[in-house]
Design a protein around this ligand. Structure first.
Ligand code: AMP
Length: 279
């Protein structure tokens, strides 16, 4: 496994592989890797000649400085895990490599896709995501890029960015990996105590109960029922619990469940958790 810190050596090396007709798969991450990330990397290893994983905690996508400062890191463990699943190339740039002109805002407009949920509660977040995805994709020029459905709104934003920028590679959405109780695996879970991790399973309980309830009640009534359950759990600060069309991300008011997906975000002990579930 090769590790690069410089974008110039990365681009040069990948160029040699591309010239030999080899395909490249890219998995962008912010590190503190877990089985969810590794499932994306394994897919990239399987489906391409060369699997590239990037590790970069991207400052422009954080609208909360404390969240950025406290983002967990463990590069040595990450490298060991990546080596274990057969990753070929790891790119670990610093801020100067990715933002030589300073990490100032580049504005992107994704229309209705970013009006709700993460777009609403994290102003500027998706412009930051788009800025880093654009830069990484331009460097690596992947044939396939792998993004988790854990960040479902991000996945749609990345697909839209690829269209806007005319990037040729395929964007592949990957299933969410969960703990036994249903809690979505996340680097941020590392900041929860064991007790809080058990409490956090409540989020998945709500998503799966909502899915069942949707077969009997209208989406708005289901949202109201689940929100009332959060009132009985004062340890959670709920940001949103939304049932939406999974292609447009517009709230679903009634009827057709074939494109319905349930989205939630909540704070627990100062840690922001997000999850979603297809109906
Ligand atoms: P992050 O390091 O949080 O930016 O995540 C890097 C990539 O891994 C993103 O495409 C995420 O959607 C994906 N990812 C994070 N957690 C999971 C999970 N539990 N299951 C599958 N993919 C995930």
């Amino acid at each position: 496994m090769k590790v690069f810190k410089s974008k110039h050596t990365l681009v040069e090396t990948l160029g040699h592989y591309r010239a030999q007709g080899k395909t490249i798969g890219l998995v962008p991450t912010m590190g503190m890797l877990h089985k969810g990330h590794l499932s994306l990397v394994s897919k990239a290893v399987e489906e391409n000649d060369l699997a590239v994983c990037s590790i970069f905690v991207n400052p422009t996508q954080f609208n909360n400085k404390e969240d950025f400062d406290k983002y967990p890191k463990n590069i040595d463990a990450d490298l060991e895990l990546l080596n274990g699943v057969g990753c070929d190339v790891v790119f670990i740039p610093d801020q100067e490599q990715m933002y030589p002109d300073g990490a100032s805002g580049e504005d992107f407009d994704f229309g209705d896709l970013t009006k709700n949920m993460e777009g609403k509660f994290r102003p500027g977040h998706f412009s930051g995501v788009a800025a880093i995805v654009k830069r990484l994709t331009s460097l690596v020029k992947p044939d396939r890029s792998y993004y988790g459905e854990k960040d479902y709104q991000q996945l749609l934003v990345v697909k839209s960015l690829f269209q806007k920028m005319g990037f040729k590679g395929e964007v592949i959405g990957c299933d969410i990996l969960r703990e036994k109780c249903g809690l979505a695996m996340s680097s941020r879970n590392e900041r929860l105590s064991e007790g809080d991790k058990r409490k956090a399973c409540f989020l998945y309980e709500c998503l799966s109960d909502a899915r069942d309830l949707l077969f009997r009640s209208e989406p708005k009534a289901v949202e109201a029922e689940i929100k009332s359950r959060f009132l009985l759990k004062p340890e959670f600060e709920l940001e949103y619990f939304v049932i939406a069309d999974e292609q447009t991300l517009k709230p679903l008011n009634h009827g057709d469940l074939s494109r319905a997906r349930i989205f939630t975000a909540a704070h627990l002990s100062g840690v922001r958790l997000i999850d979603n579930l297809k109906v």
